[in-house]
Structure formats: structure tokens, C-alpha cells
Design a binder for this molecule. Structure first.
Ligand code: Q0N
Length: 312
């Protein structure tokens, strides 16, 4: 059995602290004391890709770099809404071995909520809507279908579950019980503002941001005007790994939408060519080279369309 920790590469001068599905966290080691920093973390994106809840055996070349650079660009687009945890994305704060796909970030006290914003209805939100006409306690109009644009973006938080388990939907009242009304209101409003700004920018660049997951932390070193620790945007933001990207050109409510980035992967895995049955419980096979290359091109295309920059 392969666990994510087995993927974590050794980075001299850094202590590995956490493996996510596709990213790794390290703590810089202070050369004077030999102790791991309490103030900073190195957030490293890998080229791993997930599909149908599996981490695939195939990696997508440059994916970690493209998503890191896209996230950095979004942080800049959002900085008038919220400060972010980035300290530096450059050498020497980021070691050469992971240059381009790692960011040194401020270590925060993380808010223990997955803050999900939805601009369009799909996935688990759609399933909940069909049963209750609401999502996470937010009532919605009748008649919405898979892919519908919501009247306004909604906040549908979940509680963090360990790897391999599904996160649990929470109502806003449950969020307030965990973090208090002021903090709950802040992360709700910030999540919605981030997604709204994202869609304002992405509109006309060929991409719809159906929904997104953002994470916030508290900066103990920077109290706000009221003396409370200030809220900082952490993790990655508005990347295809944290958000559903849909091609605007094929958006058509009433059916499952095409995925901007993973459509080739999903189509191949569910085609007879893969020899894999999703219902088998077996891990999916490695991807053919042409699917890998087409998928890499979609990540690069998303980066270039959104930012207007060319990728290397
Ligand atoms: C942190 N996660 C969950 C890595 C990120 N700035 C920070 N300070 C303290 N802790 C964290 C951050 C950040 N970002 C965030 N875990 C620790 C998100 N993971 C998911 C997997 O990859």
C-alpha cells in the first residue's frame, strides 16, 4: 500500500511535516539551532494528479509549477480583499530543487473549516439541493439543475475530515458555534468575495469557476484594528485543484459539465481503452502519454488564459 508520505522527497535543511494528496509541507530548519521553524512553512506542489478520488500513478509534467504560479497570480489579484500567507516564492527562501513549485509561507493558526464557495450548482451541493432544496442551510430557488448559475455565490462550509474520508457539510450556525459569529461571518464573506472576484476576472477568459475551497489562518503576529489576530488567506487559491474549472464555451446546465483540466483523464479512464471499471474498487491504470500531454496542455492553457502570461 502506497501512502503519500512515501512520495515526500528529502529536502536538505527542511523537515517534512505533512503530505497531502498532491502537495507536501516542510518546515525550514534553523541552521543555528537545528530546530524546525515555528514561523514558516514550505508548501511544495507536486505533479501528482487525482481522479475519481484516486491519486494516479502517472504524474503531469509541470503541473506543480503551473498551479503554484497560478495561485501566486491569484493572491495578487485578491490582495485588496485579503492578505495572504506568502513570504517568498524565490531562491534562496525556496530551494532550487523545488524552484517554481514551492512557496515559503507564514505559519498561521489555521481556521479548522473548509471554506467552500459555490457560484454554480453541482457535485455534493447538487445532491443536497435535490434532497432538501438547500445546501448547508442556504435555501435555494426551485428548478435548479446540474450546472445552474446560482442567484448569488453561497458559502457551503465543511468540517475537515482525515485523508480518505469525505468532509462533512456544516451549517453556518455550526460554524459560528466553532469559531464565533464575527469569525464565521468574516470567512463566509471573504469566501464569497474571493469566488466573485475570481469569476469577474475569469469571465471573458473562457473559464467558469463553479466552486472553490479556500482556507484561512490567523496571523498571531499581526493583530487587526480591534486587537484580534488578522485573517490571512492560506493554502492555494483558485487553482484547478481547489476549484472546479469549467470551459465557458461548453457550459450547458442540465447535464454534467466538462472539466476544464481533467476531462481527457476522466474520458480515458471511463473508456473501454483503459480496461478499468470505476466500480471495481481497483486503482486506475497509468495514463497513456498522449493523455498526459493533453492534460499538461490544459493546465498550461488555463494559466495562460487567466493570467495573460506565457508559461515558460
Ligand atoms: C496548513 N494545511 C492544510 C498542504 C496544505 N500557512 C499555513 N500555516 C500553518 N498551517 C498551514 C498553512 C498553509 N497553507 C494548511 N495544513 C497546514 C492544507 N494542506 C493541504 C495539503 O497540502
Amino acid at each position: 500500500m502506497s501512502s503519500p508520505a512515501e512520495h515526500a522527497a528529502d529536502l536538505p535543511g527542511y523537515a517534512h511535516v505533512y503530505s497531502g494528496k498532491v502537495r507536501e509541507l516542510y518546515a525550514p530548519i534553523d541552521p543555528a539551532t537545528g530546530l524546525a521553524s515555528q514561523d514558516a512553512l514550505l508548501l511544495v506542489a507536486t505533479d501528482r494528479i487525482s481522479a475519481f478520488d484516486y491519486i494516479l500513478d502517472s504524474e503531469i509534467p509541470d503541473k506543480g509549477t503551473v498551479l503554484t504560479q497560478l495561485s501566486l497570480w491569484w493572491f495578487e489579484q485578491l490582495v485588496d480583499i485579503i492578505p495572504n500567507h506568502v513570504i517568498s516564492a524565490e531562491s534562496p527562501q525556496v530551494p532550487e530543487a523545488v524552484a517554481g513549485r514551492a512557496v515559503l509561507v507564514k505559519r498561521l493558526d489555521m481556521v479548522p473549516i473548509e471554506c467552500i464557495g459555490r457560484a454554480y450548482l453541482t457535485g455534493s451541493g447538487l445532491a443536497e439541493y435535490r434532497e432538501t432544496s438547500s445546501v448547508c442551510g442556504v435555501g435555494l430557488p426551485a428548478g435548479l439543475v446540474d450546472g445552474s448559475l446560482l442567484p448569488a455565490p453561497i458559502f457551503t462550509p465543511t468540517s475537515k475530515a482525515p485523508i480518505g474520508q469525505h468532509d462533512q457539510p456544516m451549517t453556518f450556525a455550526e460554524v459560528t458555534a466553532m469559531v464565533g459569529v464575527p469569525m464565521a461571518s468574516s470567512v463566509r464573506d471573504l469566501t464569497i468575495a474571493i469566488l466573485a472576484r475570481g469569476n469577474e476576472i475569469a469571465a471573458g477568459r473562457g473559464i467558469l469557476l463553479a466552486d472553490t475551497k479556500v482556507e484561512f489562518g490567523l496571523d498571531p503576529a499581526r493583530p487587526d484594528a480591534d486587537g484580534n489576530p488578522s485573517i490571512v488567506l492560506a493554502d492555494e487559491v483558485l487553482t484547478p485543484d481547489s476549484s472546479r474549472f469549467w470551459p465557458a464555451a461548453s457550459w450547458s446546465p442540465g447535464r454534467a459539465q466538462d472539466s476544464y483540466d481533467k476531462q481527457f483523464v476522466r474520458d480515458w479512464l471511463t473508456s473501454p481503452a483503459s480496461g478499468w471499471a470505476r466500480s471495481s474498487g481497483e486503482a486506475p491504470p497509468a495514463l497513456p502519454a498522449d493523455i498526459v500531454e493533453a492534460t499538461r496542455a490544459k493546465y498550461v492553457e488555463a494559466f495562460e488564459s487567466l493570467t495573460g502570461r506565457s508559461f515558460g
